[in-house]
Design a protein around this ligand. Structure first.
Ligand code: SF4
Length: 181
């Protein structure tokens, strides 16, 4: 048990002696957060089918501490934007993001969400990248990305969570790279 804890918290040999565990508060909190990521239940188009498959038994996203898809943005800390973001839906996506509490993360899943995908040239109705309205942490390319790719994106999000500092406020109120109001 001691060895497992040492590996999880990045501590060297002998960190646990006489039942005492030494770690930083930052590391402990980040470990709990990355082990309990709550995505929002929310899909826009065909990519969402792959997202649902990721939650099903074959891929079992629960293994990585990210199973409970929440039905409200107020209880979610991960927004997986899965599917084509039309101009009509864009303000709704932004509103959902705004309703999530900090700290929160965004994954852009699929070519449509990343850049407009097959609609990039003639899709007058499609937003050419969801990073125009919300700050994206991880991009998962593909049309559609397979569940394995979505899980890889989740691992990248968890790595970001691991590196965060408790008192670092720079994430709060993060703005999208390309802003379209
Ligand atoms: S990237 Fe492909 S699979 Fe995903 S929403 Fe767009 S068209 Fe559908």
């Amino acid at each position: 048990m001691a060895d497992i804890h040492d590996q999880e918290f990045g501590l060297g040999d002998g960190a646990t002696q006489d039942g005492i565990l030494l770690t930083r508060v930052d590391q402990l909190i980040n470990w709990t957060r990355k082990s309990s990521v709550w995505p929002m239940t929310f899909g826009l188009a065909c990519c969402a089918i792959e997202m649902m498959a990721t939650g099903a038994s074959s891929y079992d996203i629960d293994r990585f501490g990210s199973g409970p898809f929440r039905a409200t943005p107020r209880q979610a800390d991960l927004m997986i934007v899965a599917g084509t973001v039309s101009h009509k839906m864009a303000p709704r996506v932004k509103r959902l993001y705004d309703q999530m509490p900090e700290p929160k993360f965004v994954m852009a899943m699929g070519a449509c969400t990343v850049s407009g995908g097959p609609y990039i040239k003639h899709g007058y109705h499609v937003l050419k990248g969801v990073d125009r309205i919300v700050p994206v942490d991880v991009y998962v390319p593909g049309c559609p990305p397979r569940p394995e790719a979505l899980l890889e994106g989740l691992f990248r999000i968890q790595e970001k969570m691991e590196r965060e500092r408790l008192l670092d406020k720079t994430r709060c109120g993060a703005r999208p790279k390309v802003l379209v109001e």
